[in-house]
Design a protein around this ligand. Structure first.
Ligand SMILES: [Zn+2]
Length: 104
């Protein structure tokens, strides 16, 4: 089961650092199709500190899993469709380079 972090940056950062080969979905607290984005844990978007003094897990949340399939299933249940691929870490050419399994 994916782990959901809301208003819990410490929990999210702990998971991120413990699961460098995992995957992270960013979405609103009540997920909407237009904003459900799948990243690799090591995505530059998720590295370091959140932009502009914001928080990682508020008001949005992070849904974390060890596999793409796990998060695809979560997304289909939550919003009825697959998550969007991050244009930075899961753009097809880069994903191939990193040998990511994008089976859906
Ligand atoms: Zn990304």
């Amino acid at each position: 089961m994916p782990k959901v972090f809301h208003d819990n940056d410490e929990g999210f950062l702990g998971w991120r650092d413990a699961n460098p080969t995992g995957f992270v979905v960013s979405c609103a607290l009540e997920p909407r199709t237009a904003y459900v984005i799948l990243h690799q844990t090591k995505c530059e978007v998720l590295a370091g500190d959140p932009p502009r003094g914001e928080r990682w897990t508020s008001p949005q949340k992070k849904v974390c899993g060890e596999s793409v399939i796990e998060l695809e299933d979560w997304s289909r249940r939550a919003v009825g469709t697959s998550p969007q691929r991050c244009g930075s870490c899961l753009w097809p050419s880069r994903a191939r380079k990193w040998s990511v399994d994008l089976a859906s």
